[in-house]
Design a protein around this ligand. Structure first.
Ligand code: NAD
Ligand code: TYD
Length: 345
C-alpha cells in the first residue's frame, strides 16, 4: 500500500525543507505539494526534489475549496492519505499592516483543509502551528501545551483560530488531528523578511540592520531541520487530538543574534540601527518541549553554535536565490515597512 502525504505550503521555508527531508528519509512515499505560490512560495526551493518519481506539485489556494479538492484528486485512491498543513500567511509585520489575508489563508484555509480531509477519509491530519499562539512570557517560565492561548498579533490570532478549528474537528467529528507548536525557525530558504535572513542579507551589503525597540526581545531559535524531524515524528507517532510543543532551549535576545551575525561576517556593529518598535511586540518566547521528548523520543540535533554559522554560510553561497526572492513585491513591502530613507534591497 502506498503512503501518500498531501503537504500544503510546501514551497515555503519550512515546507520545502520538510519535503527535501521526506524524499531522502521516506523515498517510497508519494508526496503531493499544494501551494498558492504567494510572495513567500518559491518552487526554486524544491529543485532537488523535482525529478523524484513520487513528488508532484499542484498550484492551489487552501482558501478555495475547489483547489483543495483538486489537490486531493492528485493523491489518487490507492493507499492511505495523510496531511501536513503548513500553508499560511506567516509574517507578523505583514499581519499588522493588514489582517484579512491571514484570516483567509490561516482560518478559512484550515477549515477547508479539515472539511475536504474528512470527506476524503484522511488517515492523519497534522496542523503546523506556532508558539506565538501562547502570547508573551515574562522573564521566567516556559510555554507548555497547557499554557492558555493569548495571541497578541493578527498573525498569532489567526493561527489560534486555526488551532481551535483543528481541535473542534477532533472533538466533534473524532477526526484524527495533531497540532505542533514550534518556536522560531532559522535555516536555508527562509524568506529574507524574517530577522535572521534579513540581517545576513543587509549586513553583507553594508546596509543598516533594523532592530526593533531595545532589541532585548527574546526568541527561542530552532534549526529548521530539527523542526522537520519533529513534525515527522509527531505525524508517525503522535496521539490523535494532542498538541506537541517543539523547541530547542535556545533563547537569545534579538540584539545578540544580530551581533553574532556581524561577528561571523566581520562587519561593524555601527550597521545596527534601532528603529521604532513593532506594535504589540511579544517580549519573550520559550518552549518547554518535554512532552515530545518524553513521549516520542525527539530531541534537537543542532545547537545554535553549530547551525547559525551553517545558515550564514548557506545565505552567502546563495547570491542568485537571494537576489531573485528580493525582487518585485518584496521591494515594495520593504519600502513600506522600513520607510523610504532606509536603503531598499
Ligand atoms: P512561509 O511564509 O515561508 O511559507 C508559507 C507557504 O504557504 C508559502 O509557500 C506560500 O506560498 C504558501 N501559502 C500561503 N498562503 C497560502 C494559501 N492560501 N494557499 C496555499 N498556499 C499558501 O512560512 P514558513 O515559515 O515556512 O511557515 C510554515 C508554517 O509553519 C506556517 O503555518 C507557520 O505558521 C508555521 N511556523 C513557522 C515558524 C517559523 O519560524 N517560520 C515557526 C513555527 C511555526
Ligand atoms: P521575526 O523573524 O519577524 O519572527 P517573529 O516575529 O515571528 O518572532 O522576528 C524575530 C524577532 O526579531 C522579533 O522579536 C522581531 C525582531 N525583528 C527586528 O528587530 N527587526 C526586524 O527587521 C525584524 C524582521 C524582526
Amino acid at each position: 500500500m502506498t503512503n501518500t502525504l498531501l503537504v500544503t505550503g510546501g514551497a515555503g521555508f519550512i515546507g520545502s525543507n520538510f519535503i527535501e527531508m521526506l524524499v531522502a528519509d521516506r523515498p517510497d512515499w508519494r508526496i503531493i505539494n499544494m501551494d498558492a505560490l504567494t510572495y513567500a512560495g518559491n518552487l526554486e526551493n524544491l529543485t532537488q526534489v523535482e525529478g523524484h518519481p513520487g513528488y508532484q506539485f499542484v498550484k492551489g489556494d487552501v482558501a478555495i475549496r475547489e483547489d483543495v479538492a483538486r489537490a486531493f484528486d492528485a493523491c489518487g485512491s490507492d493507499g492511505q492519505v495523510s496531511v501536513v498543513h503548513f500553508a499560511a500567511e506567516s509574517h507578523v509585520d505583514r499581519s499588522i499592516a493588514g489582517g484579512l489575508p491571514f484570516v483567509m489563508a490561516n482560518v478559512v484555509g484550515t477549515q477547508n483543509m479539515l472539511d475536504e480531509s474528512r470527506a476524503r477519509g484522511v488517515h492523519r491530519f497534522l496542523h503546523v502551528s506556532t508558539d506565538e499562539v501562547y502570547g508573551s512570557l515574562g522573564k521566567t517560565g516556559f510555554f507548555t501545551e497547557e499554557t492558555n492561548l493569548a495571541p497578541n498579533s493578527p498573525y498569532s490570532a489567526s493561527k489560534c483560530g486555526s488551532d481551535m478549528l483543528v481541535r473542534a474537528a477532533f472533538h466533534t467529528h473524532d477526526f484524527p488531528t495533531l497540532i505542533t507548536r514550534c518556536s522560531n525557525n532559522y535555516g536555508p530558504y527562509q524568506f529574507p523578511e524574517k530577522l535572521i535572513p534579513l540581517i545576513i542579507a543587509n549586513a553583507r551589503e553594508n546596509k543598516p540592520l533594523p532592530v526593533y525597540g531595545d532589541g532585548m526581545q527574546i526568541r527561542d531559535w530552532l534549526y529548521v531541520q530539527d523542526h522537520c524531524e519533529a513534525i515527522l515524528c509527531v505525524l508517525e507517532g503522535g496521539k490523535p487530538g494532542d498538541v506537541y510543543n517543539i523547541g530547542g532551549h535556545n533563547e537569545y535576545p534579538n540584539i545578540e543574534i544580530v551581533k553574532r551575525i556581524l561577528k561571523q561576517l566581520d562587519k561593524p556593529e555601527s550597521l545596527i540601527t534601532y528603529v521604532k518598535d513593532r506594535p504589540g511586540h511579544d517580549r519573550r518566547y520559550a518552549i518547554d518541549a518535554g512532552k515530545i521528548e518524553r513521549e516520542l523520543g525527539w530531541t534537537p540535533r543542532y545547537t545554535f553554535e553549530q547551525a547559525l554559522p551553517k545558515t550564514i554560510e548557506w545565505y552567502l553561497s546563495q547570491d542568485e536565490w537571494l537576489q531573485r526572492v528580493r525582487s518585485g513585491t518584496y521591494r515594495e513591502y520593504y519600502a513600506e515597512q522600513y520607510g523610504s530613507d532606509t536603503p531598499s534591497v
